[in-house]
Design a protein around this ligand. Structure first.
Ligand code: BV8
Length: 232
């Protein structure tokens, strides 16, 4: 594609759906099984830490039973081949982008396979349960929480994301409903800064209006097709 050098790709739960990871808002999704306020807010954690730790323990275990799908593989190929700037900003807390081989990945809402100490703020790669309140390897305090961004908390590396949005020639959104901010506002930011905008999603998202082009279908089909176009 002429004049496209810097690309920013935003991904959501839809890109991991075909790997067998529940999305949030689709039928039978996570938010049908749990009240957001109870499991994904600092207040919910303060109220019932066991409930929250069980919720994330189950997802941490589940993600280790599944594998990346062709959509993750295609983005990893683009990451390996694209000479221009590329940043994959994911709202997902799974590690499927990295397991597919992508390295230019930023987890704006955190990672399941990481524990954050609420006392010394150090992070630790973590694949086991946090329910038993294990001691923090850094300070020894029993203050480890899931290293994820809850509602009302500031997403990670926002300055790096806005810097990439400012430099982007193309903004692509994959598998996200556009319901959660500030991620849902990135398409408008990118567009206002002159980038082309493309949506790849099973159905039109809440922010579909802001995209110049919107393609509907499964990520495992749409993403490899789009990457083939980019690599020509
Ligand atoms: C913050 C981590 C201050 C934990 C998550 C402005 C207006 C209104 C409200 C707000 C606002 N600004 C802030 C808010 C409040 C709030 C918010 O947005 N509330 C919403 C509900 C209205 N936002 C916050 O609290 C954020 N923090 O604002 O701090 C601030 C503000 C500005 C700048 C700096 C600081 C923090 C939000 C982060 C919360 N944590 N996750 C965890 O995972 O448990 S959010 C979580 O939900 C995900 O990370 C993701 O972001 C969101 C789920 O959305 P999707 O990933 O899109 O998934 P969903 O199921 O909804 O949709 C799936 C899509 O895929 C569908 O469209 C479907 O059609 C499609 N699909 C399905 N299968 C496929 C497919 N597509 C292709 N192929 C398939 N096979």
């Amino acid at each position: 594609m002429e004049s496209i050098r810097n690309i920013i790709v935003l991904t959501g739960a839809g890109i991991s759906a075909e790997s067998g990871i529940d999305t949030f808002r689709d039928a039978g999704g996570l938010w049908e099984q749990h009240r957001v306020e109870d499991v994904a807010t600092p207040e919910g954690f303060a109220r019932d830490p066991q409930l929250v730790q069980r919720f994330y323990d189950a997802r941490r275990e589940a993600v280790q039973q599944v594998d990346p799908n062709p959509a993750h593989d295609a983005l990893a190929l683009l990451d390996q081949r694209w000479e221009g700037e590329l940043l994959i900003v994911t709202q997902n807390v799974d590690d499927l982008h990295e397991r597919a081989g992508a390295s230019r990945v930023l987890h704006m809402h955190g990672e399941l396979l990481s524990a954050l100490c609420a006392r010394c703020e150090t992070r630790h790669k973590w694949s086991e349960s946090l329910l038993g309140q294990p001691a923090c390897p850094g300070c020894g305090e029993k203050a480890l929480r899931p290293d994820v961004v809850w509602f009302g908390e500031m997403p990670y590396q926002m300055d790096r994301i806005y810097a990439a949005l400012r430099r982007a020639d193309l903004f692509v959104s994959i598998g996200t409903s556009g319901a959660v901010y500030p991620a849902a506002g990135f398409v408008r930011d990118a567009r206002e800064m002159g980038a082309k905008t493309l949506e790849l999603n099973l159905e039109r998202s809440e922010g579909s209006y802001w995209f110049e082009e919107s393609r509907q279908g499964r990520a495992s089909k749409l993403v490899p097709e789009w990457v083939a176009e980019m690599l020509g």
